[in-house]
Design a binder for this molecule. Structure first.
Ligand code: PGA
Length: 241
């Protein structure tokens, strides 16, 4: 099976026509595209091979919640995956408690969850043991919502390990090393029987070195997915493995 590539456009681009261009460049098997909510419907008609993801979901299924989008609404748009707990949302105040509710709501409505975890620089510099403890704790808290549900969750859950300090838009960032990323991913797999991706400054230059680690099941790409030529290259390199 091909390793998975998830592209996260974050709050980009600003027009539908640019979104269509980017989507066409990424439209391949084994690719999941996470555009802003406003493009989901149009892109569900454009895409032929890639699957669609949303970048978030609300934990209640409809009701008086201004501005929120429910799991059922996404499911009805043929959205297959949802990213939950991205560090950029955590930084804006999203707690593990809210994340666990979102995970529960998404899984119970039949969406596949891509749960983001990862330590920030302050924890990272305390050493490997501290980072491992932190990530284990995030997983425990964030998955509380589905522990109580009797689902075969292996197929519904993908973890994205994204060391916060390695995300390209964070000041002073640089990608983790493939070996260290693989070590953390092995740790996550000991806790949880699930697919684990690596995300954090993935580019056409380094994607092969990460994806050739057997423990790494795929990648979550941010910045590099906003350039059609760049993402095409990333996908080509993944296909060549
Ligand atoms: P990056 O972003 O590839 O730009 O580092 C990854 C992410 O935040 O998902």
């Amino acid at each position: 099976m091909k390793k998975l590539i998830v592209v996260n456009w974050k709050s980009n681009p600003s027009t539908l026509s640019e979104a269509r261009t980017l989507a066409r460049a990424s439209d391949s098997k084994g690719v999941v595209i996470a555009p802003p909510y406003v493009y989901l419907q149009a892109l569900s008609r454009t895409l032929k091979k890639a699957a669609l993801a949303s970048q978030d979901v609300f934990w209640q299924d409809g009701g008086a919640y201004t501005g929120e989008i429910s799991a059922s609404q996404l499911k009805n748009l043929k959205v297959k995956y949802v990213i939950i707990g991205h560090s950029e949302r955590r930084r804006l105040g999203e707690t593990d408690e809210v994340i666990s509710k979102k995970v529960g709501a998404a899984v119970s409505r039949g969406l596949k969850v891509i749960l983001c975890v990862g330590e920030n620089w302050n924890i990272h510099r305390k050493g490997v043991a501290a980072a491992k403890r932190y990530v284990a704790n995030q997983l425990k808290k964030d998955l509380r919502g589905i522990n109580s549900l009797r689902f075969a969750i292996r197929d519904s859950l993908t973890i994205a390990y994204e060391p916060v300090w390695a995300i390209s838009t964070n000041k002073g960032s640089r990608a983790d090393t493939p070996k260290d990323a693989a070590q953390m991913i092995t740790h996550i797999k000991r806790i949880l029987d699930s697919r684990v991706l690596y995300g954090g400054s993935i580019t056409p230059k380094n994607v092969k070195s990460f994806l050739s680690q057997p423990e790494i099941d795929g990648t979550l790409v941010g910045g590099a997915s906003l350039k059609p030529e760049g993402i095409k290259k990333v996908i080509r390199l993944r296909n060549s493995l």
